[in-house]
Design a protein around this ligand. Structure first.
Ligand code: NAD
Length: 258
């Protein structure tokens, strides 16, 4: 059986994915800021270091898959620290533990929000690996209600682009590690609870995030895809952002991409 580490395991998509994998007999190591095997704050360097050392200890030095799922959707600078720098630290920091697996896999949770307006300076600071510059830019964006919402989208644009940039490199593809992401639409979790609490709020959100195929999804929908991307069966997906979004991507981007 495989040993899979998932961040953000205390709630929502991460919690349901951990339950799904455990129900299949896999060993799951959950990491979160609370209620997890590894309690670590992924917005901080200390928390990221703790994740790596505890993952090595609890796994006995070998993981078969990493699912970098933890995220924040608040219009504050910490969102970029968790979503981008925490996500990348999870993937890079735990990658050495995949070396002993016969079928290593890595997946990140991005978002269809990566298709929404974003801030180029923030995305560039992320991709340059410059967290102080990214936090400084996010602090500027957060100060103005008109730009605060660009922080979340920018963190996910940067994460998806990081996946694309790294997936085919010697460290990942060259080490036989498929590195991919999922791009969920609106999923019914704690993150979106307020946004979908009333019929009016749901309608407003679905105008921004059109989901003609079956509407707002339960977290198990994303969990099933994450489980497959982390599975032995996934041998050749490389740097893909698989949208599991009820159709937002095709409605918004049409045939400009495929
Ligand atoms: N719910 C949606 O509609 C939706 C859509 C697209 C993408 N996503 C992404 O899915 C992922 C999971 O979100 P969710 O919807 O399950 O939300 P959620 O709030 O239910 O779960 C997120 C988890 O991440 C953890 N987390 C937050 N900050 C952390 C930190 N500093 N250190 C460690 N853990 C931290 C939280 O404690 C929580 O358990 C996120 O990356 C989110 O951006 C969600």
């Amino acid at each position: 059986m495989r040993t899979i580490l998932i961040t953000g395991s205390a709630s929502g998509i991460g919690k349901v994915t951990a339950e799904l994998l455990r129900s299949r007999g896999e060993t799951v190591i959950g990491a979160d800021i609370r209620d997890a095997e590894i309690v670590a704050d992924l917005s901080t360097a200390d928390g990221r270091a703790r994740l790596a050392s505890e993952a090595a200890r609890l796994s006995g030095g070998r993981l078969d898959a990493i699912i970098a799922n933890a995220g924040l959707a608040l219009p504050v600078p910490a969102t970029v620290s968790v979503n981008f720098f925490g996500g990348v630290a999870t993937l890079e920091g735990l990658r050495p533990l995949l070396a002993g697996s016969p079928a290593p896999r890595a997946v990140a949770v991005s978002s269809m929000a990566s298709l929404m307006p974003s801030d180029a300076a923030l995305v560039e600071a992320c991709l340059a690996g410059d967290e102080p510059a990214a936090v400084a830019r996010a602090t500027e964006l957060a100060a103005d209600p008109a730009t605060a919402n660009l922080i979340y989208a920018s963190s996910k644009v940067a994460l998806s682009r990081w996946i694309r940039r790294n997936a085919a490199t010697p460290a990942w593809a060259g080490a036989s590690i498929p590195l991919n992401a999922v791009g969920p639409g609106v999923i019914a979790t704690a993150m979106t609870a307020d946004m979908i609490a009333t019929e009016e709020a749901r309608k407003g959100l679905l105008q921004m995030v059109p989901m003609p195929l079956n509407g707002i999804a339960e977290p198990i929908v994303v969990a099933n895809l994450l489980a497959w991307l982390a599975s032995v069966e996934n041998t050749h997906l490389c740097g893909q952002v698989v949208f599991v979004d009820g159709g937002s991507d095709v409605v918004i981007r049409g045939d400009s991409t495929w």
